[in-house]
Design a protein around this ligand. Structure first.
Ligand SMILES: [Fe+2]
Ligand SMILES: [Fe+2]
Length: 296
């Protein structure tokens, strides 16, 4: 049966979860430690970069609505919560279980439980949700999931880093930041570099999409290797110091609002910590000594 489009974000993430389970199950029990430690870090990155949010969204958005139609001790409601808790416990053991044998065992059990859970949701829980919820409840569920889950599912292919650009937009009024719809924290703008794009082109495209401005001057501050949505990434960080157009929140699905902040206001803002450190280190107006963006 075709999945209701309002549940499709959850299903896309299920595909990644099944790929991860399969990868673990294909790893022989006597695999070298290096292979296992790569799997451990993939599991932990997938957990913190997507699966935890996925579970929370299912409980807060889907289960909460389902409970308007079924009793609290309904076997589907009970299983959803029990599975999530058991899988979370296994992730904890993968992360800091006592001894190599316990971690190996937890890894195998994690794969089995995750695969069974995802299949059960696809075969039983989601069809039940689609038939029990009224159309307006399904609309509400779809909107809640869209606000909480990324458009692209977190990847479990951690073999090659993705390229990402991030921009500090700085002007006379201070730092322009966006409040992330996903978790309510303030952060910089940017996103993945597409296919053959140059990072500078990606920067201009992202700011056009998110702020409706055309970047005129920018300055590359640093390159960092770190996790982005649970995947290893090479992140190019820029200061954007001159643009044409008046910034507006052009991507409300990504940011609930945008606003300017002074350096003092940044100190106590609920914001992405790395972005705060970078912004505070930025020397303004020294950033006026900028590179001129190449003409588009
Ligand atoms: Fe679930
Ligand atoms: Fe799920």
């Amino acid at each position: 049966m075709k999945r209701d489009p309002r549940l499709v974000r959850l299903s896309r993430e299920h595909t990644q979860a099944l790929m991860l389970a399969q990868r673990i199950e294909r790893t022989p029990p006597d695999a070298p430690d290096a292979d296992l430690s790569s799997l451990y870090s993939t599991v932990l990155a997938f957990w913190s970069g997507g699966l935890l949010t996925h579970f929370t969204a299912e409980t807060d958005c889907l289960l909460a609505r389902l409970l308007h139609h079924v009793a609290e001790d309904d076997e589907r409601a009970v299983r959803l919560q029990r599975d999530h808790l058991d899988i979370e416990t296994l992730v904890g053991t993968v992360r800091d279980g006592a001894g190599a044998a316990a971690r190996r065992e937890a890894l195998a059990a994690f794969a089995t439980r995750l695969r069974d859970h995802v299949r059960w949701e696809e075969e039983t829980l989601f069809p039940a949700t689609e038939s029990l919820l009224a159309p307006d409840e399904l609309d509400g569920l779809g909107a809640d999931l869209a606000a909480r889950l990324p458009e692209q599912p977190p990847s479990v292919d951690n073999t090659r880093p993705v390229e990402v650009v991030r921009a500090h937009v700085v002007g006379p009024r201070g730092f322009l930041l966006g409040k992330r719809a996903r978790d309510g924290t303030w952060s910089t703008f940017g996103g993945k570099v597409d296919g053959d794009e140059e990072p500078g082109d990606a920067l201009r495209r992202e700011l056009r999409e998110e702020l409706d401005i055309d970047v005129l001057d920018y300055h590359r501050l640093a390159d960092r290797d770190r996790k982005w949505d649970g995947t290893p990434a090479r992140i190019a960080i820029y200061a954007v110091t001159r643009w044409s157009g008046k910034p507006r929140n052009a991507a409300p699905r990504e940011h609930s609002e945008i606003a300017w902040f002074t350096r003092d206001e940044l100190q106590k803002l609920a914001m992405h910590e790395q972005a705060r450190l970078e912004a505070l280190r930025l020397e303004w107006p020294a950033t006026a000594a900028v590179e001129r963006a190449a003409p588009p």
